[in-house]
Design a protein around this ligand. Structure first.
Ligand code: NAD
Length: 439
């Protein structure tokens, strides 16, 4: 099997943020993108540099060493992080990522996006994120369990159902969350399901959580299309990334009548202009671990997928794939960001110039944290809701958040990204203002 990776982008000019204490990010890094987006929204909102700095700087960070005794007895060491970007509206909330390239700046960017995202869909949470720099594919299940339990013990002082609540992200899943919950609970002496979300149903997970991010992507896509008078059943869709987010998004798009014509994962992609049979592709993925080799489609590279003539492009893999090299190739009319940070600041400018409507990550992929919130509420009440209640409440939150963002965008002539960020940032700043500064 060959690995197709997205080419590195050249370094654009760093955004001018005038933040003395803010970390210095790599120029095209997720943190540079997050800071540049914040700077634009702060300008629209007219905040001063003190407020800007407060919003740009994480409240708490922890960097931990995570040693692992491998199955063969050898010891290796990983670096782990947890960042609470903001906790003014409630506990920190955000995923745990296992990927080889994880570093503190990436986790800071992802934590900041979580703050704005929770504000946009009006959840009583701040933003947080965690990560371990490990490639989970290289380790056995038993090794990943030991890494997860050690990482959880190391960050124990920072997490809890009222302080910081984890969920799955890239490279982690519901089993990882069960290990985190168990480690935390065993150390406290009793079972505390609300310390994580995205758990298996058997230990207090919520119905609908596994597909929530993807269902939310399809809800906001349908809302954006409706504004343009285009039915979902008339569109073609390409999805980059076929993991927890991308695979379910492709399946739900197909279920709702859209034609999924291309998908990819890190090993390569596929194209079938008459429509991919997503159900059969999911079986192929379960059997082989990749979309590559599926019999009913032509091979396609990840970069070529981004330039396909489709109506809707959903980047649902990694950050920074739509940059100054690739954004100009996009021929889709809508880019709906399933991944966090798939578009760099330079890429965003190119898409805007070419008339592509971008439904931004902080809105488009918020369905996961919405149902995580439902899971947390259910765990705190120890009362579980029916699947249809979750599906209806999710759809309502997503479409009404889309409506608020779109209305502001039209009113103030902003992009959907800037409008979404303005809403999320304003709600966070308002909480700061009302609470006041201690002491
Ligand atoms: P995952 O690990 O389940 O899947 C990632 C997918 O992307 C896999 O198919 C992988 O092969 C593919 N991929 C990895 N590197 C790639 C590359 N260079 N080119 C093309 N494909 C590549 O992760 P996930 O949970 O589906 O998360 C995907 C994105 O969505 C991430 O940005 C994540 O932060 C974001 N997100 C996830 C959730 C969630 O609920 N899981 C919620 C909101 C946002």
């Amino acid at each position: 099997m060959t690995t197709t990776s997205i080419p590195d982008s050249p370094q654009p000019t760093p955004p001018e943020t005038d933040l003395p204490d803010a970390p210095a990010p790599r120029n095209s890094s997720p943190l540079a993108t997050a800071h540049s987006q914040l700077a634009t929204a702060v300008e629209v909102l007219g905040y001063d540099s003190g407020q800007h700095q407060m919003l740009a700087t994480p409240r708490r960070e922890i960097h931990v060493a995570v040693p692992l005794r491998r199955d063969d007895g050898e010891t290796v060491l990983f670096h782990g992080f947890r960042v609470q970007h903001n906790i003014s509206r409630g506990p920190g909330k955000g995923g745990l990522r296992y990927a080889p390239g994880v570093d503190i700046d990436e986790v800071r960017a992802l934590a900041m996006w979580m703050t704005w995202k929770c504000g946009i869909v009006d959840l009583p949470y701040g933003g947080a994120k965690g990560g371990v720099a490990i490639d989970p594919r290289d380790y056995s299940t038993a090794e990943l369990e030991r890494v997860t339990r050690r990482y959880t013990s190391e960050i124990m002082p920072m997490i809890g159902p009222d302080t910081d609540v984890m969920a799955p992200d890239m490279g982690t899943d519901e089993q990882t969350m069960a290990w985190v919950m168990d480690t935390y609970s065993v150390n406290r002496g009793y079972t505390i399901p609300a310390v994580v979300t995205g758990k298996p149903l058997a230990v207090g997970g919520s119905r609908g959580r596994g597909t929530a991010t993807s269902a939310g992507i399809v809800h906001v896509t349908a809302a954006a299309l409706e504004e343009a008078g285009v039915p979902l059943t008339d569109v073609t869709v390409a999805v980059q990334g076929f993991g927890k987010v991308g695979s379910h998004a492709a399946a739900i798009f197909a279920e709702r009548g859209a034609k999924v014509v291309a998908v990819s994962d890190q090993y390569g992609g596929l194209r079938n202009d008459t429509g991919i049979d997503v159900k059969r592709l999911l079986e192929h993925l379960a059997a082989t671990g990749s979309v590559v080799g599926f019999d009913d489609a032509e091979p396609l590279s990840n970069v070529d997928l981004l330039g396909l003539e489709v109506d809707v492009l959903v980047p649902a893999a990694v950050e920074g794939v739509l940059d100054e090299q690739t954004a100009g190739r996009v021929r889709a009319r809508w880019v709906v960001e399933g991944a966090n940070g798939p578009t760099t600041t330079a890429g965003d400018a190119i898409l805007a110039r070419n008339g592509v409507t971008v439904v931004p990550d902080v809105l488009a992929n918020a369905g996961g944290v919405v149902v995580s919130y439902f899971e947390w509420v259910q765990a705190n009440q120890t009362y579980w809701w029916a699947e249809h209640e979750i599906a209806e409440r999710l759809e309502h939150r997503m479409t009404s958040a889309y409506g608020d963002v779109s209305a502001l965008a039209r009113r103030q002539d902003l992009s959907l990204r800037d409008a979404a960020l303005v809403i999320g940032i304003q709600r966070t700043a308002e909480a700061h203002r009302i609470r006041g500064l201690y002491p």
